[in-house]
Each structure stands twice: as structure tokens, then as C-alpha cells.
Design a protein around this ligand. Sequence first.
Ligand SMILES: [Zn+2]
Length: 269
Amino acid sequence: MRVHVISDIEGVAGIVRRGQVGGELPLFQEGRRLYTEEINAAVRGAKKAGATEIVVMDCHGAGGEYDFNSLIAEDLDPDCEFVVQNAWTEYTAFLEEGCDAALFIGMHAMAGTPDGVLSHTVSGQAWQSLRFNGTLVGETGINAALCGRWDCPVALVSGDRAVCREATALLGDGLTTVEVKEGIGRFSARSKTPRRARALIEEGATRALKDLTAVRPYDPGRPCEIEVTFTTPDRLEEYRNRRTVEVSGPATIVSRGDDWWQAWAGFFF
Ligand SMILES: [Zn+2]
């Protein structure tokens, strides 16, 4: 069994503040330790379920040299391999080769979620909302659509209560979720301890991988229209001339394609 662990840092237990997730910020070294250990818990759980090849892909843009490179390599479980990519959604080779399931670890809720700890969609400063064929989605939706493009189902999502709710609404009741904290506000939470969270993630990963048919691979639909509304009109300038983009409002673009990947790759890179 081949398992892709796809991860972000904001949904990790004990991570609540911006200073823990930005590469230049004072609490980041603590943040990456907590992050790396939740990844290890997922890897252990996958091994117990029979995974023979596990590839971890960090999707957190921490800034600078830490972009998609927040995991502490030295501390990672030797039974996984890990990808450091240049741009988010750039690395697809493991999915293309054929992947049995994905585990999403440390996820956060979409922009505008009141109880979503460190909630945002792609860029907290620039992106206000994202829709796939009319459905409001966050980063769980993006990563799920990426996996779905190569027929890989998402078996597990871990993070705060808000992202677990968001992921179940999008991917269905067959999804296993592991809630490691409950948001009080965007920068406040009641959290499980890191050690408790890791035990729950390990157990959840093993359980989720027992039934690979519980969740269907996610496809937002064909053809596909992706709509992004930015926080201010100047933020769309960067995307205006990309090949699949049409400006549809003062701060809104749409990107269209025969399928999700065509619409996404046409504007995101
Ligand atoms: Zn992130």
C-alpha cells in the first residue's frame, strides 16, 4: 500500500499563534518540532495498517528557505520519504505513479471560519474566498482535488474542530477525522496535548487505512470553474494574464478548464 501524507502546520496541536508558523518568527522552531512529530505519528499509523511506501509532502509556506520545508529532516521517521517542493501543488509524481490513500495532517479551516485556528485560504493577506464549481472550499479542498485528479482518496484529516467539520462536509461521512484542538477564535484554542494528539493521529491513520473505499476520490466536477475573490482589487493583478483566467469582478477572477487540474494549473503557477 502506497500512502501520501500531505500536511500543513496550522492544524497541529499546541499551534495557535502566528509566531509558531512563520519561518522568521521566534516560536517557529518549537512549531516545527510539534509539526514533525504529528507527521511521525501518521507514518507510524500508516505502517501499522500495512503501508509499504509512505511519502510526506509539506504544503506550508513558512517563508523564505522554510517554504514547503518546515519539517525537521533529522527527526523524521526513517520509514518515510519526504518531498520539499518549490511551489505548492507542484509535486504530483507520487500521485501519478498511483497512490492508494492520502492522510491530511495539521490542516486548518478556510478563510472566514470564525472558530478556525489560524484560518486562511492560500494567503491570509490576499485571498478572501475560493470556489470550485460554486462550492466554497479551503486548502483541504485544494489538496483533495489534487489527490482526486489521480484517483487517490483522502482517508484522514487531522486539525482543529472547524477543519474536521469542513472536511466531512466536503468529502462525506466516510472520512476519518482527528480533532486535536477546538478553536476559540482565530488565534486562540483549547488544545489536546501534543502527546495525546499524536496517539489519536496514529490510531486514526491505522483505522482510516483499513477501508480504502470509505471516501471516494474528490472531483469538483467537469468542466470546472475555479473562482477566487481577493481581499482587494490590486491583488488580482498578479493573476490577470495567466492563460485560463478571466476577470469577473473588481476583485474576482475565474479560471476554467475541462477538469479541475486544467483550471488550477492554468492560473496557480
Ligand atoms: Zn500553512
